[in-house]
Design a protein around this ligand. Structure first.
Ligand code: NAP
Length: 274
């Protein structure tokens, strides 16, 4: 056990890690899991007060933590952010693109502006940070980008047409980006969580873009966010291309979708997903 902890600390010690969506759920759990490894953390999300709470509850100080509030939906404004981190810490090693929002609405009840907002936050907001960092990573010939997708990015899930689209799009972008940048030693890890116990369904958009405000049974019974964070960290340490963090029945759904698509198409409408 001690050996494992030493290995973890050796990997992270002194690294600068930028986590978006750090004010809640999986992002907050990542902070909790990394706080004692000697890492320097940059915490981003919209709510500054929640980021301050996470920082103080994790016992982080101004020396090893930078709060950088940002709105992923305003993705054209994010290009300057890496420079602020470089001014403070002098380097950036890992970007964990975790901030995002889900959806709970049938397609025919969902406005186009809600679709646009989902794509802006989950896709354009996500990739804009990676694009802003890319010149720096290419110049230093190393870097690691982690993108938190979803198993809804492995197969289309009802009530999540826009959310699934945004998460599928991440796979296309990051697989291509990986291929373009292997010679620059830039690692890409795609993470596909299943149901994880966080505020995701309460914060999800309804069709008109208002807050869904309810907890799904699946989320309530989901994997603990700290367990999820541990698996993400271990995937980064071992340079995994992708990792699925889900319960066996969700992993089985990925298998069915891939190898028995007709059966999958018959079954998925019957699965309770809200
Ligand atoms: N929980 C699950 O079952 C599950 C499953 C698969 C994938 N995921 C993915 O995991 C990631 C984290 O979600 P979570 O489960 O931890 O949900 P969560 O508790 O609702 O956290 C979402 C985080 O994203 C931030 N965020 C939302 N909109 C933002 C915006 N416009 N700009 C900047 N930050 C924004 C939120 O912070 P602010 O509100 O302060 O901005 C919050 O920190 C998401 O990408 C989600 O799609 C979750």
């Amino acid at each position: 056990m001690k050996l494992l902890l030493d290995h973890k600390n050796m990997f992270w010690n002194g690294k600068v890690v930028w986590i978006t969506g750090a004010s809640s759920g999986i992002g907050e759990a990542l902070v909790q899991e990394l706080k004692e490894t000697g890492v320097k953390l940059v915490l981003s999300a919209r709510r500054k007060t929640e980021l301050e709470r996470v920082k103080s509850q994790s016992g982080l100080s101004d020396e090893n933590c930078l709060i950088l509030p940002l709105d992923l939906e305003k993705y054209t404004t994010l290009v300057e952010f890496p420079e602020l981190i470089l001014q403070k810490f002098g380097s950036i090693d890992v970007l964990i693109n975790n901030g995002g929002i889900s959806q709970r609405s049938l397609a025919h009840e969902t406005s186009l502006s809600t679709y646009q907002s989902l794509m802006n936050i989950n896709f354009f907001g996500n990739i804009s940070l990676s694009l802003a960092l890319l010149p720096y990573f290419r110049k230093q010939n190393k870097g690691h980008i982690v993108s938190i997708a979803s198993i809804a990015g492995k197969f289309g899930v009802p009530y999540r047409t826009g959310y699934s689209s945004s998460k599928f799009a991440l796979t296309g972008f990051y697989e291509a980006l990986r291929a373009e940048n292997t010679n620059h030693n830039i690692k890409i890890t795609l993470v596909y969580p299943g149901f994880i116990k966080t505020n995701i369904s309460e914060n999800a958009y309804s069709g008109d873009g208002s807050k869904h405000g309810k907890v799904d049974p699946g989320i309530q019974e989901g994997i603990d966010s700290r367990v999820c964070a541990k698996q993400i960290i271990s995937a980064i340490e071992s340079g995994r291309l992708e990792v699925v963090i889900a319960r066996p029945k969700e992993k089985f759904a990925i298998f069915l979708h891939k190898y028995f698509p007709r059966l999958f198409a018959k079954l998925i409408p019957r699965v309770k997903v809200v």
